[in-house]
Design a protein around this ligand. Structure first.
Ligand SMILES: Cc1ncc(COP(=O)(O)O)c(C=O)c1O
Length: 483
């Protein structure tokens, strides 16, 4: 029985929680390049304390908790300044980049419907490199994604965007920067097109907006234009729980003015309960992330953020130079913020991933796509400053090892990959099961080595990859399975 009859002591609970935490990647070492943005113990402590102080408060009712409304509007005001917003810019704190993006798409669709109630088709134009959250938004809100190509510098093709505009277009989306390549789309030119065609333009600055903003404020050269200073930009998403260094559960969705934000709100007068009106997808939630964002932004101030931004950019440049100096490794494109991808012309990046993992480093793998081969992705933050040399040394060793093993491994793996391809041609339930097992996706276990899985996923049709991942996750979140 999982639900025990009586409770256990506080001491025992925290002992058990500490035990559980031992399974996790120790992000405090800094040997991880995704998912976390550590900026030091003091900042973490401030975020934690502020978060727990407002853990129980609920922003769903600002009349009950005016402190949360005050803090939210102050944080949004700061975000507006970072994004050169001016007086009319407004915003909302959401629970993360994905929620901000979902809401940006919902806003555009609702606005289109209010301007033209007979419109039945809704299209969102977005470059190939856009974040998956936009596909999710299209799926949730029944909007058709119109994906346009990139130019050789991995940026959105402006001409293709203009050509794709139809009477059904509700929104253009572009990135500052794209997660995949770390480059900023030509926002100024896209803004001109948006204005000319009277279409809304959302800039996804979820990951890089804070860094870009403070790079500009710190006086760094060649900061690309991406914010409200660009005519035509109608909304921007900027996550504070990434490079804002606040607690998870916090992103800002900003609009050029209230006439746009209006369409983000939802109000319900049909049901018999309390009056409901709010700008976000969630209703009840903790006030923690709002308080943590307020506290960390107050603590760091403009100077603190500028300092961290400059350091992060110089650390990134050292990583890029170090990687490019290793023969056979190559950073993709010319990254403009503190994240980038690199690939290998000798050996396979997925093998490199496993080797790095073996040495205690966690980078992120990205499958091959129409523009680049399979690659490894690094999101660099403050904590990496003193780890560059060690990482480059280990990377060099791992790269050499992968090259040595390469040919032997290739032959053995070829058979498995061919089997996977054959199974994928006829995905009967039985073959689906076999494919899952071949990929190591069975019994809710995490396979130890991921290189082979990635290589197989790379050659399977996207539909098969999608379905297999869903099935695997569906399995993974069940009790009583060997892990
Ligand atoms: C460019 C970009 N947009 C959106 C998101 C989604 O943000 P979240 O994971 O907070 O939902 C990310 C996450 O890394 C991102 O890099």
């Amino acid at each position: 029985m999982i639900l025990q009859n009586s409770g256990i002591s506080k001491e025992e609970i925290f002992k058990q929680l500490e035990e559980k935490q031992k399974q996790d990647f120790d992000w405090r070492t800094g040997r991880i390049f995704c998912s976390v943005y550590p900026a030091g113990e003091e900042i973490e402590e401030i975020a934690k304390k502020a978060y727990t102080m407002f853990l129980t408060e609920n922003p769903v009712d600002p009349t009950l908790f005016p402190s949360l409304r005050d803090m939210e509007t102050e944080v949004i005001g700061k975000c507006s300044e970072i994004l050169q917003g001016g007086k009319e810019v407004v915003g909302t704190l959401t629970t993360g980049g994905t929620e901000s993006i979902l809401l940006a798409v919902k806003t555009a669709k609702n606005r289109a419907k209010s301007l033209n109630p007979s419109q039945t088709k809704f299209e969102l134009i977005m470059p190939y490199s856009i974040h998956s959250a936009f596909f999710k938004a299209c799926d949730y809100f029944e909007v058709t994604p119109i994906v346009v190509p990139l130019t050789p510098d991995y940026k959105a093709d402006v001409i293709a965007i203009e050509r794709a505009i139809t009477e059904n277009t509700i929104l253009i989306a572009a990135s500052a920067p794209s997660y995949v390549f770390g480059v900023v789309d030509p926002i100024k030119k896209i803004g001109e097109i948006a204005l000319k065609n009277n279409v809304m333009l959302h800039v996804d600055a979820c990951i890089g907006g804070v860094v870009l903003g403070f790079n500009r404020l710190a006086g760094l050269k060649q900061v690309p234009e991406f914010d409200f200073s660009v005519p035509g930009v109608t909304s921007i998403s900027m996550d504070l729980h990434k490079y804002g260094y606040t607690a998870k559960g916090c992103s800002a969705l900003m609009h050029r003015n209230k006439s746009y934000r209006k369409h983000q709100y939802y109000a319900c007068s049909e049901w018999t309960g309390y009056t409901l009106v709010n700008p976000t997808i969630l209703s009840t939630k903790t006030g923690g992330p709002i308080a943590a964002a307020w506290a960390v932004m107050k603590f760091l101030g403009k100077d603190g953020y500028c300092e961290i931004s400059k350091k992060t950019m110089s650390t990134t440049a050292r990583f890029i130079d170090g990687i490019n100096s290793i023969e056979g490794l190559q950073v993709i494109g010319i990254p403009e913020v503190s994240l980038f991808s690199f690939t290998t012309t000798q050996g396979n990046p997925y093998d490199l991933f496993d080797e790095l993992n073996h040495k205690g480093w966690f980078v992120q793998f990205q499958l091959s796509n129409d523009y680049s081969p399979a690659n490894l992705h690094l999101t660099v933050s403050k904590i990496h400053e003193n780890l560059v040399d060690e990482f480059i040394k280990d990377l060099k060793e791992c790269h050499q090892k992968v090259q040595k093993k390469g040919l032997v491994k290739k032959a053995a793996e070829k058979v498995t990959i061919e089997t996977a391809k054959k199974l994928a041609q006829n995905l009967s339930p039985e073959n689906f099961d076999k494919l899952g097992k071949l990929l190591g996706f069975s019994n809710g276990k995490v396979p130890e080595k991921l290189a082979l899985i990635n290589k197989i996923m790379d050659v399977l049709p996207p539909d098969t990859v999608r379905n297999t991942l869903i099935d695997y996750m569906n399995d993974f979140y069940t009790l009583n399975q060997e892990r």
